[in-house]
Ligand binder design. Structure first.
Ligand code: SF4
Ligand code: SF4
Length: 66
């Protein structure tokens, strides 16, 4: 599942936008938008680097070795 942003926690710092290698996430007008969700390859950078724990990702089972 592509990332989902918890806008209650997000402070619009832009780190997820800056760190996403595929430009899936954009910060515009102080709002984070998951603009290209189906381009996400689930690297986890946005979730790992978010200082507010505002990004939720469900990794595909195949990536979890299930
Ligand atoms: S998991 Fe990786 S590719 Fe997907 S939105 Fe986050 S940083 Fe971008
Ligand atoms: S890194 Fe986290 S707090 Fe910063 S803009 Fe992205 S979701 Fe919001």
């Amino acid at each position: 599942m592509p990332p989902v942003i918890d806008h209650e926690k997000c402070n619009a710092c832009g780190i997820c936008d800056a760190h996403c290698p595929l430009d899936v996430i954009f910060l515009q007008d102080n709002v984070v938008d998951v603009r290209y969700p189906y381009e996400c390859w689930h690297c986890g950078a946005c979730r790992q680097d978010c200082p507010r724990d505002a990004v939720r990702i469900e990794f595909p089972l195949i990536m979890l070795g299930a």
